[in-house]
Structures are given as C-alpha cells and as structure tokens.
Design a protein around this ligand. Structure first.
Ligand code: AGP
Length: 610
C-alpha cells in the first residue's frame, strides 16, 4: 500500500510532489522517492525512510524540473531499501514509474524479460511494470502502457513519465484508487492516490475506473477505456479543505487524539438525536425509514480496529434493535460466496475509506445486490463513492496510525444508528430517551478517565517490563479488550492477546505464570461475577492481574494486583471509558519502551493493497 502523486504545471513540480507525498504518508512511510525530467534528463531522488528525509536529499532545493512523480511506500515485495524504493526506472534511465498495488504474475513476466536480456536492479514487483513498458516503448508512451497492462495481473495504480515527453504523465488503474485534478485555467494538472492530497486547491477532479488510462498534460487530460477509445469522464468540483494537522502541544498525535475524544464524541452525536422523540436523526442518510424498517438482518464488514467497533455495534443491534447481525473480516469476506438476502443491510466501516479489503468486500456485496451503508471519517474517499449512503464520524483527521478517536466515534455513530433501527421496531420513546441521555454522559466520563492519565503512566511503568499479556473481557468487554490488546501490539510491539474471559480455561490458561500478566476489562455488570471467577482461576496460576473496573467493584480488591478505577456507565456504553483507559495504557507503555508511536514499524494508516 503506497501513495502516488504527480504534478505538471507552473509551480515547482518537486516541491508540489513533496507536499503531496506528505499527505499520503498514511498509506505507507518506509521509503519514498521522486523522479522528474530536467533539461531532457531523468533525475531521481530516493530515501529508505520518510518523506522529510527524502526532502533533505533533494539538491538543489530550488531545482525546477518540468514534471515530477513521487511515491511513499509500504513494502509488499522487497524490503524497504533504497534499491526497492520507488520510482523505478528502466535500464536506459529514460522511463520512471510509481505504483500502488500488487502484481501477481511479476515473477513470470520477470523471467520472460530476463530471457530477452533485461536486467533487474530491485526485488520489487513494480520494476517489472516499468521494464515491460520500456520493452514495448516505440516513441508512444500511452501505447506502451496499454500493451503492458494486457500482460499484468493484479492490482495497480501507476503513473509513468518518459524523458522524451517532459509534458506528459501517463496514468492507469485497476482495483487501486487514482484520481486526476486540474485547474479551470488549465495551467496545472495533478495525479494522486487520494484527492485530499491536492491540498487546498480548487480543482476539477475525475476518478479513474478499472482499466482506464489517462494522458495528463498541463493543458489537457485525456482518458481512454481499456480498448483505447477516448471517453468523457464525470468531473467533480473539488475544494480540498486543508487543515495542517497539529499536535496542539501534545508530544504525539496519538496522545492528542486520545485527549480529543470527549469532544469528538460530542461532534459525532451532535444534531443526530431527538430527545423529544427518543430517536436518532441523520442529516444525510439516503435510506428511507421504510427501507430500514424492512431490514431483516445486518452484515458488518471491516478490518482491524474498525472490525472490532463493528462487533460492538453488532452486539448493540442485536440487543437493542433485535436485528440478527453478524460481522465479517473483509479480507475473508471478499473470497467467500456470501449469503445476501433481500433484507440484508451491509454496514461497511472504515476510518480512512481506502482499506482495499473493505472496498473489495463492499464491491462483492454490491455484486450480490446488497445495499451498503458506509461509516467513514474521510470525505471523498473510495468507500464514500462505493456506498449507497454514508455516515461520517466528524472526528477530524486521524493522523496517528494507531486508531483511537475514530474507534470511539464509530461506536457513537453506530449506537445512534442502532437507536434509529430500534425505534423503527419495538423500542419505546422512553427507552430511546434513556439511551440518548446515557450516551450524552459519555464525554464527561471520558474526561474523568483522562484526568487520571498520570496514574495510568505509573501503572505502565510497572507493566512495561512484560513481553506478553492476556487481555480478558466478557460481552461488550470482549471486543473492548481485543481493541485494547491491538493498541498495545501496534505501538509497543508487545505480544498482547485478547480473549473472551470464559475461553481462558479451554486452552490459553496453559500459558499463565508470573511472567504473563492479565489486563482484565471488568466493566460489564451482567457478567461481573463470571469474570471474577475467571480471574481467580488466573490468579491461582500466579498471573499478575491489572483490572480496569468501574468504581464500586470492591470484590476485585482481593483478586487484582492493581486496579484502574473507571467511571460507571450502563453495560453497552462501558466500552467508551474502558477503551480510553486501554489506549492510555498502550500509549504510556510504548512511550516507556521508546517505540515510534505515531508511525509504528511495519504499519500504515490505511491498508490500500490486499
Ligand atoms: C488501527 O489502529 C489500525 N491502524 C488498523 O487496524 C485499522 O483499523 C485497519 O487498517 C482499518 O483501517 P480503516 O478503518 O481505515 O479501514
């Protein structure tokens, strides 16, 4: 998963590309590069690290190329090294190419080209594309790209330039997002994996569809279908709001985003409920209440943290709206032949709206005739274009790779959606009003948890020495503890496994001893007695126990080694304070262990390849 960007126009292409790439680092940041044409020569700068370091390598700083393409990488094929960084060039250094996607038949094509005398410099699948285009190149870059596309299998978004045509970028895509922007004055044109990287520009934007190829010049953008026939594309007016992300004085974006949650929860629910009618109201839900009343089952698809939020929402939809609901991990769902009935509503959850597995799962569900409700945090993202209707989190940009505020906002929005569905069924106005009042109390309760951050820091000091953890919870706390375990894994590189507490005795308990602490999420009143028993079983095996529990859970004093007290809430909303406590725990352990908290190793904010 990577970010690609290109520019041709009056401004300095190198500088515009560098700025665009910084906006795309959420898609990968293990290496970066830029190529451009300067006085008929192809120049390339690469760095096996983040865009900032690449920027330092660009000499002279005011180098004014005629055109430039750039890339920020998340390695799929070949380690994150200088050689494997993009752009890749052909042997004659006449062509340069950037790619987002995975070429599945690259080894076969590589052998074929090697037999024709082509030598390869990198371990990447991408280099095969540029060598193939070069092999077919006969003074017509577009033609060479079309010929190469016919042989390439897999997902791709590419942009390619040739030193003989310093006024042309050829771009193409298949199962990977790519958009082109140009201004009305026709003095500049840009290509990008994500329109939001067009930073504050007011542009005409078009989105390439599968197998389409574009020839991008500053004065003209021509698009061709897979047969090479010129086609007209729908143009969207696009004013990229641009708000330079700031840490607001916090040391890391993650900590800032954790502390934003009292406000982001308010923003997520503001104007979306009516206490008079005890129900929810959504400004842009394009499904009618009649459509939604006819929904007989819900299928939630997502990945990672969004999948865990989906499981909390599934428990809510079943318990409150009495709608059979199940969840599917998108990367699995996209390869099963799903059972979708007339009454099935698909809910696709994605903070970025660009996660390739979730997008592919949505397309599969739509191919089966399903209606899709998207839950997303990024306007103009692919999910918003693929969904029949989309509810936005309004959480503001989430910069830290480790998702925090998006998770709690996903649950807040899906809680209101559950209320809407429940009121369309058996739920009374009074029940609805109580539900809303309980939800409205959450921002204040989160403030109480955040005020105890120093206490969490001390606990983290004590527990940062452990390399392995079990996270336990029951009912709503099951997926809450899985999310907390995921946070700890992501940013501290500690092996943390979450389990439904009742499952421990069916195997995992064998691992317990004094070196494997338990983080116990005990805020589910309905199963409180049960988790006490599970913790006693764990204590009997010598495991240290850190409990996250609502005030009043006195029995834990005799069982747990440490307790982080939480404000009490109803069971369905206990996820909020428990999650924020889990986020702080992970953050402080990572801080003590000195890992790269905002851009942890091997990860990317949005996973845009399979
Ligand atoms: C969460 O901290 C991770 N970054 C990851 O699990 C993420 O939730 C997953 O990749 C899904 O991303 P999305 O919500 O943007 O689709």
């Amino acid at each position: 998963m990577c970010g690609i960007f290109g520019y041709i126009g009056e401004k300095n292409p190198l500088q515009v590309c560098l700025r665009g790439l910084k906006q795309l680092e959420y898609r990968g940041y293990d290496s970066a590069g830029i190529s451009g044409i300067f006085e008929g020569r192809l120049l390339t700068f690469k760095e096996a690290s983040k865009v900032n370091y690449l920027e330092d390598k660009v000499i002279p700083k005011d180098l004014k190329m005629e055109i430039a393409i750039g890339h920020t990488r998340w390695a799929t094929h070949g380690k994150p090294t200088l050689l494997n960084a993009h752009p890749h060039s052909d042997g004659k250094n006449s062509l340069a190419l950037v790619h987002n996607g995975v070429i599945e038949n690259y080894e076969t094509l590589k052998e074929m080209l090697k037999n024709k005398g082509v030598t390869f410099n990198s371990d990447t699948d991408t280099e095969v594309i540029v060598q193939l285009i070069s092999f077919f190149y006969k003074q017509d870059l577009k033609k060479a790209v079309f010929r190469a596309l016919k042989l390439l299998k897999g997902s791709l978004a590419i942009a390619v330039i040739h030193k003989d045509t310093p006024d042309l970028i050829v771009a193409a895509c298949r199962e990977s997002p790519l958009c082109i922007g140009y201004n009305e004055e026709k003095t500049e044109a840009l290509v990008s994996s994500d329109p939001n990287a067009f930073l504050g520009k007011s542009l005409q934007v078009l989105f390439l569809k599968n197998e389409e190829v574009a020839c991008i010049r500053r004065k003209e953008v021509l698009v061709y279908d897979k047969n090479g026939k010129k086609i007209e594309k729908p143009i969207e007016k696009f004013d990229a709001e641009y708000e330079a992300p700031s840490k607001d004085g916090f040391e890391h974006f993650m900590l800032k985003e954790i502390f934003e949650q009292p406000l982001t929860i308010q923003k997520a629910i503001l104007g979306r409920y009516s206490e008079d009618f005890g129900t929810a109201e959504f400004e842009n839900l394009s499904f009618s209440s009649k459509d939604l009343a006819a929904v007989s089952n819900v299928l939630i698809i997502a990945c990672g943290t969004s999948f865990l939020a989906g499981n909390i929402a599934a428990a809510l939809l079943e318990e409150k709206a009495r709608i059979p609901t199940h969840t599917e991990i998108a990367s699995e769902f996209r390869y099963k032949n799903p059972i979708i009935t007339k009454g099935t509503l698909i809910i696709a959850i994605s903070q970025s709206g660009e996660t390739a597995d979730t997008i592919a799962a949505v397309r599969e569900a739509k191919a089966k005739g399903a209606k899709v409700l998207g839950i997303c945090n990024v306007k103009n993202s692919t999910l918003t274009r693929e969904s029949d209707s989309c509810l936005f989190l309004k959480a503001g940009p989430e910069i830290s790779v480790c998702s925090t505020k998006a998770f709690t906002s996903q649950i807040a929005v899906l809680s209101l959606f559950t209320l809407y569905m429940a009121r369309l069924r058996h739920y009374s106005k009074e029940e609805g009003t109580t539900f809303i009042q309980d939800l409205k109390k959450i921002p204040q309760k989160l403030k109480q948890v955040l005020d105890k951050a120093p206490e969490m820091r001390q606990l983290a000091e004590k527990y940062s020495k452990y390399e392995n953890f079990f996270f336990l919870g029951r009912r709503y706390m099951h997926f809450t503890c899985l999310e907390a375990a995921l946070k700890l894994k992501e940013i501290s590189y500690v092996n943390a496994n979450g389990y439904p507490a009742g499952e421990l005795k069916h195997g995992p308990i064998a691992l317990l001893d004094e070196n494997l602490p338990i983080a116990a999420f005990c805020a589910n009143k309905q199963t409180y007695e049960k988790i006490l028993t599970n913790l006693l079983e764990a204590k009997a095996r010598g495991a240290p126990i850190l409990a996250f529990a609502p005030v009043g859970s006195e029995e834990l004093l005799a069982i747990a080694d440490d307790i982080f007290w939480l404000p009490s809430t109803c069971d369905e909303f206990a996820v909020f304070p428990s999650t924020v406590a889990g986020q702080l725990f992970a953050y402080y352990i990572a801080k003590i262990r000195g890992t790269d908290i905002d851009q942890p190793r091997n990860l990317a904010k949005s996973v845009t390849v399979e």
